[in-house]
Ligand binder design. Structure first.
Ligand code: ADP
Ligand code: ZN
Ligand code: ZN
Length: 803
């Protein structure tokens, strides 16, 4: 019996399965999707069995046997194995990366080295003996001085000791020591054999007699009796109890559930949206729905009721939400509806907790998974629906290998399971809306809010006018007025700072110098909390200078992280206001995000001030005012999605106001009020925005009219990187169709990061049948040859950004 194994050796030039012999003992157990330990060159590595067969193209004496089975049942299903092959081809990733992305990080391999003594008699060195202290096997890391290393080397050469690799999972199943106490009769028998002066043993046996027949954790016994472990051990040896180690789950602490009652009646719009979804579930048919519903239109309720149907059919559901809207408020709605059947996968869980959630899914103990991007790989085997909320979010695309988009994976999986997919959004991505208008997706529309509240009034404030009339504050007169009103009425306010591209750098007012990273071509970012300048690309940190490094002027000015500055200004203008600030600085600690939101929902603050992270998902009844402080900072990014992102953000933020009984009002402050993304966000009219934006995309040849693939090159040597970029580009133009446009090679927008120079090349095409094959060939050249000279090349099909 022979198996094909994908080994855990990324960056190996040959990306294919290797054949191994299955020893007799493993033949009945081995299956596809099981992890094994195999020799690879001189190492031992983890591998995934992807196929079982009877013969190999290689001679049998060339094949090596599998060393160990890591699993006794598959950790990857047949569907997942297929999905990984598809993923590797589509995203041009290593097969091992495409396999590992489906498993929790805890299951990735950990390689520990051990010194194993073969012949202890021959070990003469006193220091080495002392280190071993009689043991036959110690971790290699125990050796920490050069002298011992030297001796070790000698012993290895003489085959007195050897160095072995233990291949393990990074985090293991958690087990607790469990004690099963015998029945009374047996306990009395044991008690008679105990010496009367063994007081501790008598205490324990008496405690056992009180708890005869029970199963308890060893920890409980120690706590209740205060006895030591060795006493317990003696009692077990004498037969008073038995011990086992039992698997337990690490339970992530979940916040209290808020009950969101099931609405008595769906709105007519919700009803007509749910109907075709229900039909697809009933028929067991793949269909992709685009649920376009204004904020507060009750999309989530549609998801919940669709899932109910799926569960009734005995099937399972995956719900994806962007990490930042994976708030306790959001997940509580699912937990309140489906209780113990829900697992939540988010980045705040520890590796062990994630692993335990994964096991619950794998064993079928839960039926609904709510999670961020990677939850798309949840190991269900009878999927009935996949839902992507806020489908337009760019975080659904993974920015490292395998560079997949969760939307594509969702559709691929749904085709296998013949089940519907719902893509939900108030502001669908242009790609999805275009597909819906061509009937590739089925469009479902919710035009009105569920509780038929009005959409909030949106006011666009021209900040240029404010400046002209002498107002230099970051608050316009109308917004300041509106804030004051809310403070008087005890209603709540959200202030949103569009921070992307917001100034937080150091500028010399005399010579105009900004302080740049020594390793990258980018300004350092000012962090007031620690008075440090940091580089967000390479991690470089330095103290804030007191004088300009160029001209030694003292007139050096810090533009603080936006939100801190706003907070100071609020304190000046509205000293009575209680403010909660939410940004990367205040939410870094585990649980901080939830705590701040809870405080706000309990009315402990008047103003919630924050960045992107407060734009979504919040649903508080008392919010009647939303202010957007700088709407245009995203507009001017050199990105073909800039207008789309701005429109989405404005619409999302506006949706936070007036979701319940109190009417809402929104102020958008901007320096470009005439831009269509801002004008149309004011009316919350998606359709006209879509038309305008499509026109501009067509004109410039951007997606969805064209597809992009971005190839990036980086090298420490600027001449080498441009040389390789040239070679790559030449290869592509020689092999791709003449209609395909190749832009570049050009230096990247940030032309140096971490002392590596960066070049890129953009492929633009409508239809390119030879794309995958040509790129695979290019990657092969890179992996077998170019990589040796220190080049890093990445290929990103359908990149989220091209700069
Ligand atoms: P969305 O996900 O589209 O933003 P939600 O599902 O959060 O909208 O619904 C907005 C609000 O309306 C929530 O408070 C929800 O409980 C309520 N709601 C949803 N559907 C109904 C309904 N049919 N009747 C009454 N209230 C509803
Ligand atoms: Zn200067
Ligand atoms: Zn840097």
């Amino acid at each position: 019996m022979i198996v094909e194994v994908i080994v855990d050796v990324a960056a190996y030039p040959i990306d294919r399965p290797f054949d191994y012999i299955v020893p007799e003992a493993f033949q009945t157990t081995i299956e596809r999707g099981i992890r094994v330990k195999v020799p690879f060159g001189r190492r031992k590595v983890v591998g995934y069995v992807t196929n079982i067969k009877n013969e190999s193209e290689l001679a049998l004496n060339k094949l090596r046997p599998i060393e160990e089975l890591i699993d006794i049942e598959p950790v990857l299903s047949e569907e997942q194995l297929m999905l990984s092959r598809w993923l590797a081809t589509e995203t041009l990733a290593y097969q091992i990366d495409a396999l590992q992305v489906m498993l929790p990080a805890a299951m990735r391999a950990k390689y520990d080295k051990f010194i194993v003594v073969l012949d202890s008699e021959k070990i003469q060195d006193e220091n080495f003996k002392r280190l071993l202290a009689g043991r036959k096997r110690i971790p290699l890391s125990a050796i920490n001085d050069a002298g011992l290393f030297h001796i070790l080397k000698g012993y290895v050469a003489e085959e007195i000791v050897t160095v072995d690799t233990a291949v393990q999972q990074q985090v293991d199943v958690k087990k607790v020591r469990t004690i099963h106490i015998e029945e009374k009769e047996k306990l009395f028998q044991v008690k008679e054999t105990i010496q009367p002066n063994a007081i501790r043993q008598i205490e324990l046996i008496d405690w056992f007699i009180e708890h005869a027949g029970q199963t308890v954790q060893a920890k409980q016994i120690f706590e209740a009796t205060g006895i030591q472990s060795n006493v317990l051990k003696t009692m077990i040896e004498r037969g008073a109890a038995q011990e086992t180690y039992e698997e337990v789950y690490r339970e992530p602490t979940s916040p209290e559930l808020q009950d969101v009652p099931i609405p008595e009646k769906l709105t007519d719009e919700q009803e007509s949206a749910l109907q075709p979804i229900g039909q697809a579930i009933k028929d067991g048919r793949q269909e992709t729905f685009l649920l376009h519903g204004v904020t507060g239109s009750g999309k989530t309720e549609v998801y919940l009721q669709a899932i109910t149907k799926v569960l009734e059919k005995g099937q399972e559901a995956i719900v994806l939400v962007p990490e930042i809207s994976l708030t306790p408020q959001m997940t509580a709605r699912f937990k309140a509806r489906f209780g113990q059947l829900v697992a939540v996968l988010h980045s705040a869980l520890s590796a062990g907790e994630k692993y335990d959630e994964w096991r619950k899914i794998h064993r079928g103990e839960v039926k609904v998974v709510v999670g961020a991007r990677s939850a798309i790989f949840a190991p269900f085997e009878n999927l009935g629906i996949i839902i992507l909320d806020e489908e337009h979010e760019s975080t659904y695309k993974q920015e490292e290998s395998p560079r997949y988009h969760a939307r594509d994976v969702a559709i691929k999986r749904s085709e296998y399971y013949k089940c519907p997919v719902i893509l939900g959004s108030a502001t669908p991505s242009l790609e999805s809306y275009a597909r819906a208008s061509k009937d590739v997706y089925t469009l479902l529309t919710l035009k009105n809010r569920a509780k038929s509240q009005q959409l909030p009034e949106v006011e666009v404030v021209d900040m240029r006018e404010q400046l002209k009339s002498g107002n230099r504050s970051m608050f316009s007169i109308p917004l300041a007025e509106a804030i004051r009103e809310r403070l008087e009425r005890n209603e709540q306010i959200i202030l949103f700072l569009n921070r992307r591209g917001f100034s937080s750098f150091v500028l010399c007012r005399d010579c105009g110098t900004t302080v740049e990273c020594p390793n990258c071509d980018i300004s350092l970012t000012y962090h007031r909390a620690h008075e440090l300048l940091k580089c967000h690309y390479c991690g470089h940190e330095e103290r804030v200078p007191t004088v300009c490094p160029q001209c030694e002027s003292e007139h050096i000015r810090f533009f603080g992280t936006g939100t801190q500055k706003v907070e100071e200004e609020i304190a000046k203008l509205f000293p009575e206001a209680r403010v909660i600030r939410m940004d990367v600085d205040t939410t870094r600690r585990k649980g901080a995000h939830e705590r701040l939101l809870r405080q706000f929902s309990e009315g402990k603050a008047d103003i919630l001030l924050g960045t992107q992270m407060i734009a979504k998902g919040l649903d508080f009844p008392n919010i009647t005012l939303v202010g957007v402080l700088a709407a245009d900072t995203t507009l001017h990014l050199a990105d073909f999605r800039a207008a789309e992102k701005t429109f989405q953000l404005m619409t999302q933020v506006s949706g936070r106001a007036g979701r319940h009984d109190l009417p809402g009002e929104v102020y958008i402050q901007t320096y470009s009020p005439e831009h269509y993304a801002i004008e149309l966000a004011k009316e919350q009219h998606y359709e006209p925005f879509y038309q305008m934006e499509m026109q501009s995309r067509r004109q410039f040849g951007y997606p969805p009219f064209y597809f992009f693939t971005l190839i990036q090159f980086s090298h420490e040597d600027v001449l080498k990187v441009s040389d390789f970029a040239n070679r790559g580009t030449t290869y592509l133009s020689a092999n791709l169709s003449p209609e395909t446009v190749i832009i570049g090679p050009t230096a990247a927008a940030i032309s140096r990061v971490n002392n590596r120079y960066r070049y890129q090349c953009l492929i633009k095409y409508k239809k390119e049948p030879k794309l995958t094959e040509t790129l695979q060939q290019l990657i092969r050249m890179y992996r077998t040859d170019w990589i040796k000279s220190g080049l890093i090349m990445t290929v990103d099909v359908d990149p989220m950004s091209i700069f």
